[in-house]
Design a protein around this ligand. Sequence first.
Ligand code: HPA
Length: 242
Amino acid sequence: MVHTAVIGGTGFDQLEDLQVIDRRTVDTPYGKPSDELVTGRLHDREFLFLPRHGASHTIPPHRINYRANIHALKSAGAERIIAFSAVGGIGAAMRPGDVVIPDQIIDYTWGREHTFHDGTGDFLDHVDFTHPYSPALRSQIIRAAKRAGVEVHASGTYAATQGPRLESAAEIDRLQRDGGDIVGMTGMPEAGLAREAGIDYATIAIVVNPAAGRGGGPITMDQIRLHMELGALRGIAILQYC
Ligand code: HPA
């Protein structure tokens, strides 16, 4: 049974160097996950892998079936999830190519199926979400980054927006006033669902652009792709020690 799952984000739709052991199409009471679940070996460690946007990157952030993804990983035995995420940098310290291990999150998303506790079960539960990312798993990732020689921001607040459009400069100003350091579109409800499912969850966020109004020009997909490639190499280097 595989205990560690990796959810791949933009730029991580395929984990390069993953030796595939098994591929499974699965179904869940919540519908189909984004893609097949792949079990594979990366640098002698076994991982379960699921690309959040589908293997060919076609599912936009607001259409991802987050419940099915988390349910499928739980059913496959995942006890911890390392989630990769491409983000915009809000604060000046968050530069393109940087790696951030966030410790807090603010949810600005709407209209997404965001809970397993929707009144259809036997009891109503309100899970604690004071520390939305698993402190133990975050520490492990930060230690792994040190061993891999990858510098990371060891904390930060992830502002989760709806997408798929990028934000206006005024929206980014507001997120910064709220305490946001980085901005992405998929952090929620994924983190909340993992908590409800009792899975340790942490994020390796790769800054791929200065957020709107922070970079002195429009945000382009070319710019995002360029920094994603560098960030992906750093992320995979960290994984080998996780
Ligand atoms: N905003 C929201 N999501 C993102 C960004 C951004 O600037 N960059 C990558 N994902």
